[in-house]
Ligand binder design. Structure first.
Ligand code: SF4
Ligand code: MSK
Length: 659
């Protein structure tokens, strides 16, 4: 025990937060926390070495004959007590991560669908169908007749169809109809078209139980099926229903970073994933009587800002300021300026409560699925959501009035453009009269745009916060790769100033020309991690627009989650891979190299017509792998020559510079 104290004291002295994050606001707050004697996940990550056996996924605790530990250095030297090999153990562990990740997103999607049904049936009146055009488009995309029908009828049919995404026991989920034919054919051949999310998740949990599926190939198939039930199922439903209820995002200028907090206002942070809470909070903070109450308490008004994915969704949909990504959620409380932090589900650190106690900032949980010991639970009921959010606002006003801690807010804000929905990208490129992805494809074919990358995912204290995201994306755009972003990654790049049209000067000559012509940033923010479904829809639209092959696997497109940490990220990675995309993860990967399971994920899946996994810690190495893959796809499509001409033709360049 004494020794432990000495070690932790020694380590505490050694921590230089500049080694752990490139976010200046977070550094300022971590240094303040240190002076105040307050610990965060950054400190804990330094003081708690990750378990090396777990990191390699070389252990199994699926039954009481174990837990069994295998040796990553000699993976085939030993098996578990039951005889399970390293490949079975790793595949089962991977499967459980996919199942949990898929469950998180699909449960979120199902909650959105519940709200939608209740709105359509008139039981919920605080939310309404805001985007009728999107409702009709989504309905038509899965074969629902919309001509001469009432909004309510279409909506009820849409509800019934989309419910199958979750509950159907046989057949194909409705959004399978959106998958390019050849991609769908590959899935059908492998028997991995999702039937319904509940069934796939249940089957994957069953098959990864002790003594069931003990063939890593077969387990991986069900991993793909379960992950696809998320990407093309649960997540896609969540995105589409959120757009229908709350509006489809269009590019909106908004501020990010901790400077969005205001010392003279009542500051409320909403953090989590489900937009219902945030939408109701917006309504509460605009309530004249509550604004008046805040003024009576001496504030200039009420300031609501987002964090993590709820925030990323609100940035694009309403231009609500965003205070920071996952690894800044404890640090922001250190400002002393947060009068309430209101959370719902996913990526909410239990450590928030302790930091909150140190600065007299209450944490309010609002969802019955997520209570935290020490937090105050004020449940949000969708048939009366204002009861919850009004109460939080009233408590926040009282906390403002009785602020006990000095306030220090990092004076940093970054302006950017957010809200690039698939619909808007379509319109932006093709215009009102011929909205389509053809101009994007043309620019890929002529080589101005080398390819497209989805860079997404979390931040993680075991990786320098924001650094890998930012360096990777800079390297990609410098090489003419257009980047689509979601989740916490999008916030990293927004803080670095890359979500602006002016950032085009950091792009290669081809991409920068396209950005300048269209007036768009080289990095497009698409929303929360659930909104990765927008990237899948964009990929389908590219295939349909023609000229770039017949399946998603043919596209010069890649994916990356450079600083991932959550099981949802693994599931997202697997659905991108199963959809045909080469997907590179950073930080760490739960696998032993040079095993059969490793070869399957990193090579074999591609040979079966899917995408494949990649792994690199260094952002430049990551970029090199992604660009090499894009070039490989360009060559296969026979469009590699066009690009050489674009890059080597000096008269073209001179013309561009003159323009
Ligand atoms: Fe060990 Fe097999 Fe039990 Fe896993 S399932 S803990 S490998 S005995
Ligand atoms: S919130 S899953 S830390 S992106 Fe979606 Fe951010 Fe990753 Fe959570």
């Amino acid at each position: 025990m004494a020794e432990e104290k000495i070690i932790s004291k020694k380590k505490e002295k050694e921590i230089n937060y500049r080694d752990l994050t490139t976010c200046d606001a977070t550094i300022q707050m971590l240094e303040k926390a240190k002076r105040d004697g307050v610990e965060t996940a950054f400190d804990r990550a330094v003081n708690m070495k990750a378990c090396p056996i777990g990191a390699d996924s070389a252990c199994c605790k699926h039954c009481a004959m174990g837990p069994c530990r295998l040796n990553a250095k000699d993976p085939y030297g030993k098996v578990g007590v039951c005889g399970a090999t390293i490949d079975t153990i790793m595949a089962r562990n991977f499967a459980r991560m996919v199942a949990a990740g898929s469950a998180a997103h699909t449960d979120h999607g199902m909650a959105m669908l519940d709200v939608f049904r209740e709105v359509v049936q008139g039981h919920i009146t605080d939310y309404k169908i805001k985007d009728v055009m999107k409702l009709e488009e989504v309905a038509r995309s899965i074969g629902i007749e919309t001509e001469d029908r009432s909004t309510e009828d279409i909506a009820m049919d849409l509800y019934k169809e989309l419910e199958r995404t979750y509950t159907q026991v046989d057949g194909e989920i409705p959004f399978a109809m959106r998958v390019p034919e050849k991609t769908l054919e590959t899935w059908r051949k492998s028997g991995i078209v999702p039937r319904g999310a509940m069934r796939e998740i249940m089957e994957l949990m069953h098959r990864s139980h002790m003594g069931v599926d003990q063939d890593y190939n077969n387990i991986t198939k069900q991993c793909s099926r379960t992950a696809l039930a998320d990407g093309w199922g649960g997540s896609m439903v969540a995105t589409e229903i959120s757009d229908i209820l709350f509006g489809t995002p269009v590019p909106t200028v908004a501020e990010v970073n901790m400077g969005v907090l205001k010392e003279n206002m009542v500051n409320i942070i909403v953090h989590g994933h489900e937009p219902n809470l945030f939408e109701s909070m917006l309504s509460s903070v605009n309530e004249p009587t509550l604004i008046e109450a805040s003024k009576q308490a001496g504030a200039k008004g009420i300031n609501v800002v987002g964090m993590c994915c709820s925030g990323a969704e609100m940035l694009g949909r309403h231009g609500i300021p965003h205070a920071g990504n996952f690894m800044s959620t404890e640090a922001i409380i250190v400002t002393g300026a947060v009068d309430a932090m209101c959370v719902d589900v996913q990526c909410i650190k239990q450590g928030l409560v302790k930091v909150g106690e140190c600065y007299n900032t209450p944490i309010y949980t609002t969802n019955p699925r997520c209570k935290i010991e020490g937090a105050t639970h004020i449940e949000l009921h969708e048939n009366d959501p204002r009861a919850c959010t009004d109460e939080v606002v009233i408590k926040a006003i009282s906390r403002f009035k009785n602020r006990t801690h000095p306030v220090e807010i990092p004076n940093i804000t970054n302006v950017g453009i957010h809200g690039f929905s698939h619909e808007y990208i379509n319109y932006m490129l093709g215009g009102t009269f011929r909205a389509s992805y053809t101009p994007l494809n043309d620019n890929i074919i002529n080589g101005r745009i080398r390819g497209v990358a989805g860079v997404v995912g979390c931040t993680n204290p075991r990786v320098k916060q924001d650094y890998v995201h930012v360096e990777l994306v800079k390297e990609l755009i410098r090489n003419d790769v257009l980047v689509l972003q979601t989740g916490c990654s999008q916030i990293s790049l927004a803080k670095a100033g890359l979500l602006t049209p002016e950032a085009a000067h950091l792009a290669g000559p081809g991409l920068s020309e396209v950005c300048e012509t269209v007036g768009m940033p080289p990095v497009l923010g698409c929303g929360s991690c659930v909104d990765n479904s927008r990237i899948l829809i964009a990929a389908s639209a590219m295939v349909r627009a023609g000229g770039l092959g017949n399946s998603i696997a043919d596209l010069p497109a890649v994916g990356a989650a450079p600083e991932w940490m959550s099981e949802k990220a693994i599931c997202i990675g697997q659905y991108f891979v199963a959809s045909g995309v080469f997907t590179v993860f950073g930080a760490t990967f739960p696998i032993v190299q040079d095993t059969k399971f490793h070869k399957l994920l990193f090579e074999g899946l591609e040979q079966q017509g899917f995408g494949k996994w990649g792994f690199a810690v260094d952002p430049y190495e990551m970029a090199k792998m992604m660009i090499a893959h894009i070039d490989k796809k360009r060559k296969a499509l026979g469009i590699d020559k066009a690009r050489e001409r674009v890059l080597l033709d000096m008269s073209d360049r001179r013309q561009m510079e003159a323009g």
